[in-house]
Write a protein that binds this ligand. Sequence first.
Ligand code: SF4
Length: 228
Amino acid sequence: MEGAGERLAVLNQQVIACRLCPRLVAYREKVGRTKKPAFAHWDYWSRPVPGFGDPLAALLIVGLAPAAHGGNRTGRVFTGDSSARFLMSALHEAGLASQATSEHASDGLELYNTYICAAVRCVPPHDRPAPEELRNCLPYLVSELELLSNIKVVLALGRFAFRACLRALEQRAGRRLEATFAHGASHSFSPSLPTLFASYHPSPRNTNTGRLTRASLVALLLEVRKLL
Ligand code: SF4
């Protein structure tokens, strides 16, 4: 019988081949053609960015979408941009990542008991996916939750991801779930569902303004770790 790792690999191949959202397909490819001057020598990934991490993880972290010159360039979610640096440094301090940096897909980074993905797997213009794009991508998150059978906690980074996680958990539960986004809040719906935690997204908009500090993210991750 196939293990979780093999089944996730099959799912990830489906994700990588996906072209369901015409606006995002056009945008991810345009970004890869125009590039950022600092990365002019890069051959951008410019495809959907699948999740990565430990297939037996107890923690699933869900971001919004790949960054134009981060995940969309490197092919790994939370890799190669300032959000990735902020998040990975906090994960490393909390004992959930092997290193404090995440710069490219073959940098040797390992996640401990943790899997990371995005609610929308293609970079959206202005970091704003349309409602139908969130809906199109939701089945991949639902499948991941099913294949990652040891998940005890889902940590949503930002409101968009929080809503997507709530919708995915509703599909697991087969009923409507009510929860409001608040940084640091947790929601336990039933013993058979993972606990849903919320954090501000580690985007420069939040980290440069002090809305999300490294200390508060590390504290939240350490709280989450107690439940794993
Ligand atoms: S956002 Fe998701 S559903 Fe839309 S094209 Fe990308 S992978 Fe497919």
